[in-house]
Design a protein around this ligand. Structure first.
Ligand code: MTE
Ligand code: MO
Length: 322
């Protein structure tokens, strides 16, 4: 039997499909006349394209084909991703963050984009969702502590937002700031940390297509514990770079201070690129514990994204601790 004509259908077996994308694809498939039983499940064997009267693919079918990243690593469950979190504004107890964050009000919310830009702009959350087409990105997240997950984010490239504000030629770095409000964030009453949480990227890192602002995960609105309503995700860097609950993005000329490099500069550098060969001063970074798995797996250079990002660091000594 010959193969059914479904090769041009834009569904990759390695994708989880969030509902809104699922729907638009479904409409596309309908228009193409290929939506029949198993049309999305290439492995199920031949079928007649456009076959009528056949049961239609459901979101559940899609979820069953779509459970790995591009390295064939399984996605972590929604439960794991939303119940094991680092968010020091709430607590340092990863399993308590979700509980303490459950009442967090992430609406209304504004993100001010300012500094060395020709077109400073304040975006309401609705503007961010409306102005920038939301995509799904399945990324590995590697925490500097030595654990990792695979997370299907929804969001959009940070570059799209930066293009709108039009950085001036003096802008060399981007600074990100989390909301400061000790009344809602119990952890911000601790004087040990220089609140608010801040992070930074070099402008070319910020403009890289892998760098996104996430507004959701698993096709749902971003939960408070994962940084609602909008957080950075930089998948080739240790997780602490991926700052949550952003209220300000500032284009600056000098490398900005970050919370972790202020607290412990010799332990948490500005670049913080995932690198198995450069140990943290107190532990090896050669391997990691994937949440949901027993044992450890080797950590990959740039968290497995070397092909895409290594060129950004061709003038830097990767054996150095930055
Ligand atoms: N504002 C803020 N952002 C933050 C943190 C934090 O404590 N506060 N923790 C970071 C760390 S150490 C990690 S590993 C990731 C964890 O993201 P997740 O909880 O969504 O998996 O968020 C990062 N972003
Ligand atoms: Mo982390």
């Amino acid at each position: 039997m010959s193969k059914p004509e479904i090769r041009s259908v834009p569904v990759r077996s390695s994708e989880i499909t969030p509902e809104h994308i699922y729907r638009s694809r479904r409409q596309f498939l309908k228009a193409m006349g290929v939506l029949g039983a198993g049309a999305l499940l290439a492995a199920c064997g031949p079928l007649a394209p456009g076959q009528s009267g056949a049961p239609q693919a459901t979101p559940a079918d899609l979820q069953t084909v779509a459970q790995t990243d591009e390295l064939d690593d399984p996605l972590n469950s929604y439960e794991a991703i939303t119940n094991y979190n680092n968010y020091y504004e709430f607590t340092t107890d990863k399993e308590l963050v979700a509980v303490l964050a459950s009442d967090f009000q992430s609406s209304p919310w504004q993100v001010e984009v300012t500094g060395l830009v020709n077109n400073p702009k304040t975006f309401g959350l609705e503007d961010l969702l409306k102005s920038f087409p939301q995509e799904e990105r399945i990324y590995r997240l590697r925490c500097v502590e030595g654990w990792s997950m695979v997370i299907p984010w929804n969001g959009f490239p940070l570059s799209a937002l930066l293009k709108q504000v039009d950085p001036t030629s003096q802008a060399k770095y981007v600074r990100f700031v989390t909301r400061y409000d000790p009344d809602i964030y119990p952890g911000q009453n601790s004087r040990f940390y220089p609140w608010p949480y801040q992070e930074g990227l070099r402008l070319d890192e910020a403009m890289h297509d892998l760098t996104i602002l996430a507004t959701g995960l698993y096709g749902k609105e971003l939960p408070p514990q994962n940084g609602a309503p909008v957080r950075l995700v930089v998948p080739w860097k240790y997780g602490f770079k991926s700052i949550k609950a952003i209220i300000r993005i500032e284009l600056v000329a000098e490398q900005p201070a970050t919370l972790w490099s202020t607290v412990a500069p010799h332990e948490y550098g500005f670049y913080a690129n995932v690198n198995p060969d450069v140990p943290h001063p107190r532990w090896s970074q050669a391997s990691e514990r994937r949440i949901g798995e027993s044992g450890r797996r080797p950590t990959l250079l740039f968290n497995g994204y070397a092909e895409e990002v290594a060129h950004l660091y061709k003038d830097m000594d990767l054996s150095r601790y930055y």
